[in-house]
Ligand binder design. Structure first.
Ligand code: SF4
Length: 355
C-alpha cells in the first residue's frame, strides 16, 4: 500500500492491479491526496451555477429498475409538458437570473422526435443568450431509434436547434452485466461513450455521470472511471465527472445495503485522483445532501451544481431537490463551510467570486 501512496504522491501512473486497490487506502490519506489535486487546480473555490432543470415528460418506453421518475406502478402520475409550458418555465427562470436550462426527459415515443427538438428551438428563439444543456446520450440513442436517424444526424439536429452542451446522464455504470440488470434496453455503455465522442468531435462539451451505491461493486466503479479517462485522453471534451449516489425510494431495485458516508467520500476522492484529466468533480448536492456535498469538497470535489429551482428525477427517488435552493442560502452554506463560492457559467467560466 505504501508503494501505491508514494506513486500517487509523485504523480506516477498506477498499474491495473494498483488501481483496483485504491479503495483499500484509508479515507484520510485518500482525502488528503485528492484535496491536494483539487486545491492545486482551484484553491478553496467551490463552483455553483444558477440553473433550472426542466423535465418535459415522465412517460418512458424504458424500464430502468432504479428509476422513480418515470410513470409506473409506484409513480402513477404521467405527465407531458407542452412546448409552451417548457418555454414559460425557461422564461420565468431566466427572469430570476438562471443562466442555464438543463433539459432531461424520459423517453416518450408518443410525442415524436420533433417535440424534443422544438422545445430547444423555441427556447433558443425566445432566450438567445441562455445556455441550453440538453439530452443525455441515452436520449440521443432513443431519438435515433425513434427517428431512424444516425447519432451524427441527431447530434447535428441538436446543434441546429440550439443545444450548447450535453448533460452526463444515462451513463449509470458501464459494466454491461450490471447494466443489463438495472437498465436493460437502454443505451449500451459502448454507445454512450460513442455518442459523447461524436459530440466532442463537434467541438462541444459534455459531462459524465456514474450512478453508484446499488448493485455494483468497487471494481465496477473503477472500470467506469477508467473508461471515461480513456475517452477524455482522446477528446478532452468532458468538463465534469459527476458521481451520483443511488436514491433508494419508489423504485424496483430492492437494494438492502446503502452506502456509508465514508464510501461516498472515498469514491469522490478516488475519482479526483484517477480522473486527473477531467477538470471538475461535481458533488451533486441533490443526491449527496448539501452537507455531505460540502464535506466532499474537502475530498476532491470542487463543484456542487446549482440552485436547480425545481428537480423531478432524483427527488422522485427521495432526494431533497424538489424545490431547489435559494442562491443566498447556497452562498452562505459554501462560505460557512470554509470555501470561496464562485458563480460559474455552464462551461466553468467564472461569473462572480463571493469573497
Ligand atoms: S431512468 Fe430515464 S430511461 Fe430509465 S426508466 Fe427512468 S426515465 Fe426512462
Amino acid at each position: 500500500m505504501k508503494k501505491i501512496i508514494k506513486k500517487l504522491q509523485n504523480n506516477e501512473n498506477l498499474d491495473s492491479n494498483e488501481v483496483l486497490r485504491l479503495y483499500d487506502i484509508d479515507i484520510f490519506t485518500l482525502g488528503d491526496l485528492a484535496k491536494k489535486i483539487k486545491e492545486k487546480k482551484f484553491g478553496r473555490k467551490v463552483f455553483f451555477n444558477i440553473n433550472r432543470h426542466i423535465n418535459p415528460s415522465n412517460i418512458c418506453k424504458d424500464i430502468c429498475k432504479f428509476c422513480a421518475f418515470s410513470a409506473h406502478r409506484k409513480n402513477p402520475n404521467p405527465y407531458t409538458l407542452s412546448i409552451d409550458e417548457c418555454v414559460k418555465i425557461a422564461k420565468e427562470a431566466y427572469k430570476k437570473g438562471a443562466k442555464e436550462v438543463h433539459i432531461v426527459s424520459a423517453h416518450n415515443p408518443e410525442v415524436g422526435y420533433e417535440y424534443y427538438m422544438n422545445i430547444v428551438k423555441v427556447i433558443r428563439q425566445e432566450l438567445p443568450d441562455i445556455h441550453i444543456k440538453a439530452f443525455t446520450a441515452a436520449e440521443v440513442n432513443f431519438l435515433s431509434e425513434l427517428s431512424g436517424k444516425s447519432y451524427d444526424e441527431v447530434l447535428d439536429d441538436m446543434i441546429e436547434s440550439g443545444v450548447d452542451s450535453m448533460p452526463g446522464g444515462g451513463a449509470e455504470i458501464f459494466d454491461e452485466k450490471i447494466r443489463n440488470k438495472i437498465c436493460k434496453g437502454k443505451v449500451t455503455s459502448q454507445n454512450w461513450l460513442k455518442i459523447h465522442e461524436l459530440w466532442h468531435k463537434r467541438g462541444k462539451k459534455s459531462n459524465a455521470t456514474m450512478l453508484f451505491g446499488h448493485i455494483e461493486n468497487r471494481a465496477h466503479r473503477i472500470d467506469h472511471m477508467l473508461k471515461l479517462k480513456k475517452l477524455q485522453e482522446k477528446t478532452g471534451g468532458f468538463n465534469a465527472f459527476i458521481p451520483l449516489v443511488y436514491q433508494r425510494k419508489n423504485n424496483y431495485l430492492n437494494v438492502k445495503d446503502f452506502l456509508t458516508g465514508q464510501e461516498i467520500l472515498k469514491t469522490v476522492a478516488i475519482s479526483r485522483i484517477l480522473l486527473n484529466n477531467i477538470p471538475h468533480i461535481k458533488a451533486y448536492w441533490p443526491t449527496f445532501t448539501l452537507n455531505l456535498a460540502l464535506v466532499a469538497c474537502e475530498y476532491g470535489a470542487d463543484d456542487i451544481d446549482g440552485t436547480i429551482q425545481k428537480e423531478s428525477i432524483q427527488s422522485a427517488a427521495g432526494a431533497s431537490s424538489k424545490s431547489g435552493l435559494n442562491m443566498n442560502e447556497l452562498i452562505y452554506q459554501i462560505k460557512d463551510a470554509g470555501f470561496i463560492p464562485v458563480e460559474r457559467d455552464s462551461l466553468y467560466n467564472e461569473i462572480k467570486v463571493y469573497k
